[in-house]
Write a protein of this length. Structure first.
Length: 572
């Protein structure tokens, strides 16, 4: 296929040469650039091009030329090729000449000499684009007119509801199927009755406005759904497909399209949506019993995929928490008050766990067991957040005349087996591991030491930056049934501000006391713990070590750890 031709006309060869270079630079090799040094030469050349079937999208002509002025040349080119874009390029044309070129040649643009290269390139590109856009629009309208002729031939016998409507809102024509959709006996009755489509037909008149806006912007609409009123007052759903019909000059004439009654489909969709919402609510309810993260760890898409015995082994952090002296507290409340209190407490703890990427495996009365499949930091941060939320809750309790409560939290990190256990008719999700037992026992140890949050050495080792936390070593102990000693650490970021600051201020004395204690220098250890307690009398751990130091110094065995599950790793 021959390239489109752009013709440049000027009586100066240097101008033509520069112009050709600029056009090649702007348009590349997609166009054939031809030059003529006079108007008559250009007329002959363009006439030959058109007769040979070449496409001439653009002509650029100088104004001052010996045999024919530029406006006269462009006027003649407009007569033989009206769609060709015309640009006048000169420094001497007067306003009258430019006006004639605009009036008789549909001049696209006037550019002064000497031209700015960027302005010329941009103008040429826009002109060429405008030419091909106009060409495409003309071809589309031609196709539409042909389609309309075909449309008319099948209009009356179509089983679809076909219509033509004016731009201002009434029907020009309709077939029998269209009239039947709206409940009219004939197209004539429908056309005579519906003089204002927007207000007589649409349940929501704004919907018609949206239809008009879309079709004006896009020239067509597809699957436009609306609720409309039938002749008998019934309401149905319809889907409209329509497009704008233009005249040869691109002026909109009317809309034409077809309508489908989709009432049955919409009813089915409504039922499906209702069912989906009910299913979603059911899944939401299930997720409160079986956490979403539990299913993800088992690689299950939904609860129905879970089978008895499904299991996966993974390193996780386990958090156990429990309310201090809950039994004594609950004895002073009725069963209803117990439930209200527990739910008030648990509802404040749950967000602290979820916001730190954990999930609650189970509630055991007032106790919480939570799992963290990400970093150990998430578990520790959750524990700190729980203590901070507890402080806020306690303030509310005090303001209402209730006693504040305290909790203990134990965290351990290790390899866990997560899965389902139970029988044919009842099963539950759980985790099984010695590391789970250790986390539970650490929570118990918080009671002995009078602290709020203890973590194991495994959890400490997996913290991304332990220095970001307020941590101190408590003791290295042996768990019942295990021969290997476990180091236990206190995280006191969640303590009230004054206690936290005093623990930080005495941390050096405290650590020296521990060092001397394990070096069996009990007198020096006692002095350090006494120094700690003089600055922080509420440090229960220092108090315990002070008593142990005194006992050791007096050759008396230290107090046993009771029911915590830990035994002191005593020095010989």
């Amino acid at each position: 296929m021959a390239k489109p031709v752009i013709v440049c006309v000027d009586d100066e060869k240097t101008v033509l040469k520069s112009l050709k270079v600029e056009l090649k630079k702007a348009l590349g090799n997609e166009y054939q650039i031809e030059i003529a040094e006079a108007g008559e030469e250009a007329v002959e050349f363009i006439t030959e091009l058109l007769e040979e079937g070449h496409e001439v999208p653009l002509i650029i002509s100088d104004y001052i030329m010996p045999d024919m002025k530029g406006d006269e040349l462009l006027k003649y080119v407009h007569l033989i090729s009206p769609k060709t874009i015309k640009i006048m390029l000169t420094g001497q044309a007067d306003l009258e000449a430019v006006g004639r070129a605009i009036k008789y040649a549909n001049l696209y643009r006037y550019i002064s000499k000497p031209w700015q290269a960027e302005d010329l390139n941009l103008t040429v590109k826009e002109a060429v684009n405008s030419y091909f856009q106009n060409k495409k629009l003309t071809e589309q309208n031609t196709q539409l007119l042909k389609a309309e002729q075909k449309y008319r031939s099948i209009f009356e016998n179509s089983i679809e509801g076909i219509f033509q409507a004016t731009l201002d809102g009434h029907y020009i024509s309709a077939n029998s199927a269209f009239a039947q959709i709206y409940g009219y006996d004939s197209p004539e009755e429908l056309i005579a009755t519906l003089s204002n489509i927007q207000h007589q037909l649409y349940v929501d008149s704004q919907r018609r406005g949206e239809f008009i806006t879309l079709i004006k912007q896009q020239g067509a609409v597809s699957n436009f759904e609306s609720m409309v009123c039938r002749k008998d007052g019934g309401i149905i759903w319809i889907s409209e497909n329509a497009r704008t019909i233009y005249d040869a000059n691109g002026v909109p004439l009317y809309y034409q399209g077809f309508v489908e009654d989709i009432t049955s489909r919409k009813q089915a969709e409504a039922e499906r949506i209702k069912f989906t919402n009910e299913l979603f609510q059911l899944n939401q309810a299930f997720s409160r019993f079986v956490p979403r993260q539990f299913l993800q760890l088992l690689n299950k898409k939904s609860l129905v995929d879970v089978q008895l015995g499904d299991q996966v082994q993974q390193e996780m952090s386990v958090l156990f928490s429990d309310i201090r002296d809950f039994t004594t507290l609950s004895e002073s409340m009725t069963p209803q008050e117990n439930f209200q209190f527990i739910n008030a407490y648990l509802s404040r703890m749950e967000p602290a766990i979820i916001e730190n990427q954990g999930f609650i495996d189970k509630y055991i009365g007032d106790a919480i067991m939570a799992l963290f499949s990400g970093s150990a930091d998430e578990a520790v941060n959750a524990g700190i957040a729980m203590l901070q939320r507890l402080a806020e809750y306690n303030q509310q309790r005090v303001n209402k005349g209730y006693v504040p409560i305290s909790i203990g939290i134990g965290i351990n990190t290790g390899s866990l087996m997560l899965g389902t256990v139970g029988g044919k008719n009842r099963m539950d999700g759980t985790v099984i591991s010695d590391d789970v037992n250790l986390a539970s026992r650490l929570e118990g140890v918080t009671k002995k030491y009078g602290v709020s949050l203890l973590i194991s050495q495994q959890t400490l080792a997996r913290l991304q930056n332990p220095m970001e936390y307020c941590i101190r070593f408590i003791e290295k102990t042996t768990v019942k049934g295990k021969s290997k000693a476990v180091a236990v650490f206190e995280v006191f970021d969640g303590d009230e501000l004054e206690l936290k600051q005093r623990k930080l201020a005495t941390k050096a004395f405290f650590e020296e006391g521990l060092f001397f204690y394990y070096q069996q220098a009990f007198k020096k250890a006692k002095q350090r713990f006494e120094a700690v307690l003089s600055l922080n009398p509420r440090d229960t751990v220092a108090q315990i070590y002070l008593e142990r130091s005194r006992s050791q110094e007096a050759k008396i065995r230290p107090f046993p750890l009771g029911e915590s599950g830990f035994q002191v790793d005593r020095a010989p």
